[in-house]
Design a protein around this ligand. Sequence first.
Ligand code: IVH
Length: 697
Amino acid sequence: MYIKEQILAHQQATQEWLSEKSPVEITSENIEKLRDVLRFHEHRYYVENDPLISDYEYDMLYKKLEHFEKSNPSLISKDSPTQRVGKGLIKDFPKTQHLVPMLSLENSYNDEDLIDWDRKAKEMSGLELIEYSVEPKFDGASISLIYENNLLMRGVTRGDGETGDDITPNVRQIKSIPLSAAFSKHNIQQIEIRGEILMNKNNFKNYNDGLMEEGLPPLANPRNAAAGSLRIKDTTIVSKRNLEGFLYHVSFIAKQNENIADEVHSHSDMLKLLWELGFRSPQKEMKVLSGIEKVIAFVNDFEKQRDDLPYEIDGMVIKVNNLELQDKLGMTSHHPRWAIAYKFKARQATSKLLSVEYQVGRTGAVTPVAKIQPVQVGGVMVSSISIHNEDYIKEKNLKIGDQILIERSGDVIPQIVKSLLDLRNGDELEIIFPTHCPVCDHILFKTEEEAVWRCTNINCKAQVVERMIHFVSKDAMDIKSFGEANVRKFFEMGLIKSIPDIYEFDVEKLSGIEGFGAKSISNLKLAIEASKLQPLHRIIYALGIRYVGETTAKALAQRVNDIFDFEKMSEDELKQMEDVGVKVAKSIFDFFKDSENILLLKKLDELGVKMRQEKQESKEGAFSGQTFLFTGTLAKLKRSDAESMVEEKGGKILSGVSSKLNFLITGEDSGSKLEKAKKIAGIKILSEEDFLQMLTL
Ligand code: IVH
């Protein structure tokens, strides 16, 4: 949508607004220019997925505008970027009628269905070859948007197809949906656009992780998460869900001047126009193809890449490209004849719930796991599914012997959608939750507020092992060659009994044991050694304090220099911290009041695990005066952690290759930076292994 000159102009303006020396002052004359710059960056980020400035710089621009508007409220415009986040609590969603009924699509499941559909379209139109536009079938919640005189006026759910819920305040939170667009330039006075609201896989995972951290069961799929989010009555929460919108169909246009010729003749023209107007249409994902054979090849190919996409799709939609031909083919009473959905292999399947087993986690939580008749779901064989807790079992009305519907959505762990109650024959059995720990037989305990039963014996073997598994895991201390299997193995062998043993046990003892050659022993040693220098937030997370997930651990780490500072904090002080509520504060407080936990931390400290961070800007250390840059994918370390390690040792991270660079650390697929560095004398090019070695020197 933005041409080169506009991009350069916006970047130039960005620099001027952000300039440290002489930033441009906002006035009533140039305020719209600042809004345009913000809209440009929103478009780069949310629509094109290719930002040109950092989040921080965007925030600075946004705050500048917000500040000015606060002191000059008469200058606030409805489509100002600040006007997305209404602070509103919505009372109820009013019902509203769609300008054109929202029909659904006919479904097809195989090549024959498509060939048959194409044959009918050819017969009706008298054509021998039809041009199709093919795009993903987005798996979210469908939406209709109305723009009038360039402004977003209404966002409505599908509802029953005739009438839906007016959820405009929530739709305004979705950053890829423009609050205004230059329709008038195209002679359009009013337009109704259809699309799909999604939660991408990454955001869905974070959202589900958050639910689970809270002890709540996760949602089965991002579709439910998107649909549920659109119905929240507090716009500030909706805004945090990071929803996205794809717009793929125009159902109604009222023109300003009927005499002006149309510039849009095909569906692909329409997608292009929407894209140019700033909408996220499937412009990049779609393809125009002549003849159904090419369509079939394309959709089959697309299905193979389904898991690589950042969002869920459940098939492809094939549309007759020419709009006149679409009109000619018309509709049946249920769906248009000019479009068809091609559904991918189902990720739902039915099976039978055979029995329930109970697993004990690191916090003692007892999780019921349903053993089911093994069944393929989306190419994966599923034989057990977590059913979370006792309340979940009651809510879903699950019984042993039930026929169940299960779903595996992308890389989300499989979930039970529901029991098929109509298929019960009376032989089904209640699921009775145990009263004692299945591992150590200690009595189980549950608080009023929680849905989870727990074993409170902290020496319960299951908990001890799970705590160690969490400690070494990727997002915690990331001790690469350790892993779950080795923790279990070393525990069984009596080599490790508690977390400090990880740093004390003699790795050499493993030589001679199957699977442990000299190389893997040395890798394990290096990984254990490197983990001692992990940034503070990782050890905080690794301790497995209840309710302290990665995000909270990061927020906590920023507030202290030393992990032992938490020992001195009151619950009230903890509550003052961002992201820390009553429950979390109590949990942290209890953890640091427990003398066994403090002993554990002291022991780790003695063993050389880093328990503190200095807040000074630049540090003195082995890397002082040296500059580093990482490129490519690192196998052992997270990029951000590797960078923190450099800074911890007094080194500096550079943003690009130049003669000022001392070390370039290369991971897999190192590209242009490596090539450039090779040409500059004096830059040392190292592997990740070399870097790990350097850390231990
Ligand atoms: S076109 C009149 N295109 O699938 C035609 N629909 O099963 C309007 N959907 O109700 C629909 N991706 O919610 C169209 N690229 C796409 C789509 C799409 C997802 C949804 C839409 C529709 C449902 C039909």
